[in-house]
Every structure is written in structure tokens, then in C-alpha cells.
Ligand binder design. Structure first.
Ligand code: MN
Length: 744
């Protein structure tokens, strides 16, 4: 959406919106308001010209508000206008206009986007406490606690942009204010938009400074709040100030395209209309011109622009299911560019946005991007949180008809609470978790500076929004919070991948989690962590565990630590639905149930099967006493046995008990391929064997090593089990674990 051309500072002197063409309007129960920021500047102008005629001055606000909320009570708006107008009277904008034109324009922006009455009331009053004799108490008395709270929040935010010295701390406060009530931020964004539109009257240095803050803080916030309509206009306004040359060039491209004889995009839109008419799907087909920044990015990416690059085809339908109907028709009757297909309905982005994205190609090489969404999704895409209505109203109050944004959006964890979009909750969580304001501020700024978000799909359903460049480490912390410390690996698009793997838009990621609650993050994860949530969690853990580089004082000797169990893969056990191994008749304090199968010739001793050679009946075994009355049992061939004997350690006699149950650790060497883990665990389960734990090492040279600790009901079954595992495609060797361990 381009800026209004009536404003001198606006870069929108050339709007390509004239290209917007309506299709056959679908019959609807009642007309839905079209969001139209182009009228805003004009309305503000009329407001100033007619400032003494009250009904006219807020007439546009009232009209826009009623279009979204037919039953809205306009009385608070009238009173707020009277108070704002009288208290600002005599004040002028730098442009020479009466000051009241500013709160009016800000309020109109919000009304057009569908904000509710309380927000609009607060918006009309948003500068009164800061700039006039009106006090916060007075606002509270006349308009209630809610309006007072919002005005207070906006007044505090007003100081944030300019108070560079106190930045980290002030910004924290700003976020807290936003977190308490997103309507504060809605007003701030609309306020910034109007100020940016009228920035032309400022000195160039000041324009530049304000544009940079807008770029670094306000635009990312607008994106995260899902307010696409404000975000795109702000981007163009910033672009015009900070990159005047590129801006002029882009403007020329748009002018040049507008004067073309043919219009491939319009032709493709006609084709789409014809396809949908034939299929009987009621849909509105529009052309959405790209905004300047979007076109500039496309031009840079592509080198030269095709006629079809200047906009996108937008298909609006009535029902969710129609979106997929339209997609099916387009993919059948036209030539789809399948790689461009993205489903942001089933798997929404982080910020309220829902749509299907695809692209269709013509024989002449023209490719048009197509967005498919319902009218309701369109409203949410354009207005984001602003369209969500009063966050405090009970749901039934706002959504008595199909107009209730929240009705469509609830049920997704990211969206249930409109005052707290998921990212905002996370932001507020980090600011509590960050060790100091500087860490918080720098990580936040980095996060906001991310150009793009990518969406990765979770193997278990759902999705994660991550900044571009994010790795599996980031995905782990985004999904599991601090529990991600226990992450031991990942599969990306079905293949095992190291945690440092950088994720791309549309990747499917499955995180492999260890089952040890005391798992530790690796120090080197910090190198691969880009998101604040991951960085802060890892740094916090490292700060709390300064000596973790020293060897852990685990039970038994290092040689006895069953390595495979240190980092077990929980999903493997779930995948086969196997029960954890049951304890035997003699519970052992070291929690090794299989100990019951070995009997030590030493009264009172606790038995532990050595992890280095994992003995099972009928292996010949021997034992060594270690700390705490524990005897470790090794196979007699174990290299550790020879070394311990060589150092003069005394052997303890051991023999196998009556039970045939056995625990064994097997290593499967395989070529990496999708579904390998699933196939191996299935093969094990089919043999009736329970998986106690499993580890998957990161692949090297296409090879993967899986280590399984298994509980066999009968030790004699081991050869058959190993054969079954070797028969899994891709597996080239299965062997008993043989660790080379140091002699204590
Ligand atoms: Mn203001």
C-alpha cells in the first residue's frame, strides 16, 4: 500500500494502486470494510479545514469506525475529540497545521484498520498529557481506567525514541508497557506513521535520525504485530529518506511499467478469474502492486524485472476451504511453480498472517505470484493485532458474527491472547532472563535487525518462526526453551544433521532430545546460536556452571560410565512404543535393572554391567570393585580387564544368575538416509526388544552411527536381533559396543 500523495513529504506521489482492479464481487452477507490508508492524509486535511465544525472533524473517524463496528458508541470519541481539540488549541505542527490534525490523523489510521472504540478514544488523547495541561488523572476520571492506562503507556513511549542515553532500560520499560497492552503499541505505530508522512518539514539530519529509529525498531515491531499495512508504508517512507537514489530509480521503474502497452499481470489475473468462474468458486481477484521496497528487493534479486513482478495476484474467498479449492484449480488449469507453494494457513507465520502462496507461469516466461486467503485472513494480514479488537472483552461480545478475528485465530498457541502474541511473550521472558540490560538490549537489537523471518516446520506438526540464519540450536531453544539444553541432535528434512546446521525457509526440523534432565548445553553452541532466546539461555547456563569443564564426578569410575546412556534419544523409545526395561527382583541403587542378571561372589555388593563391553549371558565375565561397594562386570576379553589386571587390580568373582533377561548395547553403522532411525527402531521392536536408550552421532561422510542400549527378554535372542538390524536397508554393520576406556 503506497503513501497518500497529498502530503508533501510522502514518497507516494506515484502510487501504483491505480492498477488495483476488482473482480466479480462475491455476494456476501454484508459489505466488509476495505482497508484504505490512501484516504487518511486527505481526511486529516479535511479535519483541519473544518476544525470548528465538530461533526465534520471526526466524521471520517466515525465513518471508518462504524464500517468495522456498526454498533460502536461514538460518544466517547466525541468527548475525547472535544477535550483534545480544546487543549491543543493554539499549538501548531511544524507544517503550520493546527496540532489537532495529528491525533485526528493517527486515530483515523487506527479506525481504518478496525481498532475498537477504547483504542480510538485513547488515540485522540494520546498527546494531551505530554503536551497540554490535561493530566492523567483527568483522563482517568473522564474516560475510565483503561483509556488512562493506554494514554499513560503512549506518553511513556513518546520519550523512548529520543532518550538515547537511557536506551536499554527505557526500551525494557517500553516492552513492558507493550506487553501489558498491545493497544499502546498500535497507537505508537500509527503515531509514527503520521509523523513519518509529515517528516518533510524537518531538517534533513533529523529526518534521517527518525527514519533510522523507524527502520530499526518500529518497522520490526509492526511486522511482528502483523500490521502489514503500516509496515509497508513505513518501509517506503524510510526508503525515500535513507536511500533517495534507489528510491528515485524504483519510482522510475514503476512509472515506466505503468505506461506499458501490455500488462501481463492483468492478463494473468483475467486468466485466474476465468478459471475460478468455470469452477464455480466465488472469489475476488485483485492485483496488489508491490510497494517500493518490495519491488526494489525483487529487482536486486532478479537483475531485471518482468512485467509480472510489479505486483501479485490476490484471490479473496469466503471460506477457509475455498482457499484450497482455488489452489487446486490454479494448479490444475495453469502451470504452477511448485517450489513457490507455501501453506501459511495450516502452518501460520509468527504474526497472525495466514495465506496460501503459489506462483503460476505463462509460456512467455511471465511468472505471477498468487496469494490466496479469506476476507478475514486479509483483514488480519493487513491490520494484525489492531484488528483483534478489545483484548479484554469476552469473546462473544466482539464476535457475534463472522467478523470476529479471534474466532478464526484461536486454537493456536501463538494467537489465543491478542495482548500477548507469542513472540512478545518470549521477548518479555528474555528480558526477565537476561543477565543484564546490555545483554538484553544487544540481543534484542540483533533480533530486530533481522531482515527476514523464516518458517521451519516441526516434524510433530506446527511451525517455528526464526530469523534468517538461525541454526538447529536456535530451533531447539525456540521449541523447548531451557529444556533444549538436553538436545543431542536433529534431523533436517528427514536427514540427520549437526546442531550447527543453518535452517532454510520451509525446512522440516525434528529435534532429538536426550532423556537426562541434567544435560548440559555445549559451549560451542553459542557460536551457532543467533536468537536471543538461545543465546541468553546458554549464557545463563554457562554463568551458573562456571566449573563445568572439570570432569563430572559421576557414579563409579570413568571407565564404568555407560556412555551410550549419557545422551539417550527419547523419541526412539516413543517411536517403538517400548516400555522402559523393568527392574529385576534385586533393585540396584545405581538404577541398572539388568544388574539382577549377574551375581557377584561378594555379599552386599551392587552390580553394574560395564558400558565398555556390555556383557550379556552367556558371556564369560569377571568383576572389579569400585567405589561405594559397586562391582562392575566386564566380559573377560574386554581390553579394560587386561589393563586393570596389569595395574594389579583384584578381580571379584561373578557369574550369571538364572534369568535369561539381558541388557546389551549395540552399534549400528549405516549410510544416512531418511527414515533410518524409524526403520531401525521398528526392526528392534518387531523382535520384541525394548529400547532403553539410543544415541545418534552426527553423520560424517554420509555415514551415521546409532548406538542402542536394549533390554532383551532372552539373551539367546541376541544373534537374531542383530541379523534383523543388519537387514534394515542402509545398515552395513551391527556390533556389540566396544569402547576403549581408560583404566582408572
Ligand atoms: Mn503523537
Amino acid at each position: 500500500m503506497s503513501a497518500e500523495a497529498t502530503n508533501p513529504a510522502s514518497p507516494g506521489a506515484v502510487t501504483s494502486t491505480s492498477l488495483e482492479q476488482g473482480g466479480t464481487p462475491a455476494p456476501r452477507r454484508r459489505a466488509r470494510p476495505r482497508i484504505d490508508l490512501r484516504r487518511l492524509g486527505r481526511a486529516a486535511f479535511l479535519g483541519s479545514a473544518a476544525r470548528d465544525r465538530l461533526p465534520d472533524a471526526i466524521g471520517h473517524v466515525a465513518e471508518a469506525h462504524r464500517a468495522h463496528h456498526p454498533d460502536a458508541d461514538l460518544e466517547p470519541l466525541r468527548r475525547a475529540y472535544v477535550l483534545a481539540e480544546s487543549s491543543h488549541r493554539g499549538q501548531m505542527r511544524k507544517s503550520g497545521e493546527p496540532y489537532i490534525t495529528h491525533p485526528l490523523a493517527v486515530t483515523l489510521i487506527l479506525a481504518e484498520l478496525g481498532a475498537e472504540t477504547t483504542t480510538l478514544t485513547a488515540s485522540l488523547l494520546h498527546d494531551t498529557v505530554e503536551d497540554t495541561d490535561v493530566t492523567l488523572d483527568q483522563v482517568g476520571e473522564e474516560f475510565g481506567a483503561e483509556v488512562r492506562f493506554i494514554v499513560d503507556g503512549v506518553t511513556k513511549l513518546e520519550k523512548v525514541d529520543y532518550g538515547a542515553a537511557a536506551e536499554p532500560e527505557t526500551f525494557r520499560k517500553m516492552l513492558v508497557a507493550t506487553g501489558n497492552d498491545v493497544r499502546v503499541m498500535s497507537i505508537k505505530l500509527a503515531d509514527r506513521l503520521h509523523n513519518m508522512r509529515t517528516l518533510g518539514v524537518m531538517r534533513p539530519e533529523k529526518q534521517e535520525r527518525i527514519a533510522k529509529v523507524t527502520r530499526d525498531v518500529l518497522i520490526p515491531l509492526a511486522e511482528r504485530l502483523g500490521v502489514q499495512a503500516l509496515k509497508t508504508e513505513l518501509e517506503d517512507l524510510v526508503f525515500a529518506i535513507l536511500h533517495p537514489e534507489e528510491y528515485r530509480h524504483t519510482r522510475e521503474l514503476i512509472l515506466g511499467n505503468a505506461s506499458r502497452e501490455d500488462d501481463p499481470l492483468a492478463e494473468i489475473a483475467d486468466e485466474v478469474r476465468a478459471v475460478l468462474r468455470d469452477s464455480g468458486i466465488q472469489a475476488e481477484v485483485l492485483i496488489r502492486p508491490r510497494h517500493f521496497v518490495s519491488l526494489h528487493r525483487t529487482a536486486r534479486k532478479r537483475g531485471t524485472l518482468r512485467g509480472s513482478d510489479f505486483g501479485r495476484v490476490l484471490v479473496l474467498v469466503n471460506e477457509d476451504a475455498d482457499c484450497y479449492g482455488v489452489l487446486g484449480e490454479l494448479h490444475t488449469c495453469m502451470t504452477p511453480v511448485v517450489s513457490e507453494f507455501k501453506d501459511f494457513i495450516a502452518v501460520p507465520k509468527f504474526n497472525l498472517y495466514q495465506s496460501l502462496h503459489t506462483a503460476v507461469a505463462r509460456k512467455d516466461g511471465q511468472v505471477a505470484e498468487v496469494l490466496i486467503r479469506t476476507h478475514q485472513m486479509h483483514k488480519a494480514a493487513e491490520a494484525g493485532v489492531i484488528a483483534l479488537g478489545n483484548p479484554y472483552a469476552p469473546p462473544s461480545e466482539e464476535q457475534s458474527d463472522s467478523d470476529g478475528a479471534r474466532a478464526d485465530l484461536a486454537g493456536d498457541g501463538e494467537r489465543v491472547d491478542p495482548t500477548r502474541p507469542g513472540w512478545l511473550s518470549r521477548l518479555l521472558d528474555w528480558q526477565e532472563a537476561a543477565p543484564d540490560p546490555d545483554t538484553f538490549w544487544s540481543t534484542l537489537r540483533e533480533d530486530l535487525a533481522q531482515d527476514r523471518e523464516i518458517t521451519v516446520f516441526r516434524a510433530d506438526g506446527g511451525s517455528l518462526g526464526l530469523p534468517e540464519g538461525a541454526s538447529c540450536v536456535d530451533a531447539a531453544y525456540a521449541q523447548y526453551g531451557e529444556d533444549a539444553h538436553a538436545c543431542i541432535g536433529a534431523r533436517v528434512n528427514g536427514r540427520l544433521a549437526t546442531l550447527s546446521t543453518v535452517l532454510r525457509d520451509g525446512d522440516t526440523v525434528q529435534l532429538l532430545m536426550g532423556q537426562d534432565p541434567a544435560s548440559e548445553p555445549s559451549r560451542e553452541w553459542l557460536e551457532h546460536a543467533h536468537t536471543p532466546v538461545a543465546r541468553i539461555a546458554i549464557q545463563r547456563w554457562l554463568a551458573a556452571h562456571p566449573t563445568h569443564d572439570e570432569p563430572a564426578d559421576g557414579p563409579g569410575t570413568p571407565g564404568d560410565l555407560p556412555e551410550a546412556e549419557e545422551t539417550a534419544v527419547e523419541p526412539a523409545r516413543e517411536a517403538v512404543g517400548a516400555r522402559p526395561a523393568q527392574d529385576g527382583s534385586k533393585p540396584a541403587p545405581d538404577a541398572s535393572p539388568a544388574a539382577a542378571t549377574a551375581v557377584v561372589d561378594q555379599p552386599g555388593a551392587t552390580v553394574r554391567l560395564a558400558g565398555c563391553c556390555t556383557p550379556v549371558p552367556p558371556d564369560e565375565v569377571t568383576g572389579f570393585a569400585v567405589r561405594g561397594g559397586v562391582v562392575t562386570v566386564h566380559r573377560v576379553e574386554c581390553a579394560g580387564v587386561a589393563r586393570m589386571k596389569a595395574t594389579g587390580r583384584a578381580e571379584v568373582g561373578v557369574h550369571w544368575g538364572d534369568t535369561t533377561e539381558a541388557r546389551v548395547t549395540l552399534v549400528a553403522e549405516s549410510f544416512g538416509r531418511p527414515h533410518l532411525l524409524a526403520d531401525l527402531t521398528e526392526a528392534i521392536a518387531l523382535e520384541g526388544v525394548a529400547i532403553v536408550s539410543a544415541t545418534v552421532e552426527p553423520p560424517s561422510q554420509q555415514r551415521v552411527r546409532h548406538t542402542y542400549t536394549l533390554q532383551l527378554p532372552d539373551a539367546a535372542h541376541l544373534p537374531a536381533l542383530m541379523r534383523a538390524m543388519r537387514n534394515v536397508p542402509g545398515v552395513f554393520d551391527v556390533s556389540r559396543a566396544q569402547h576403549h576406556v581408560a583404566v582408572p
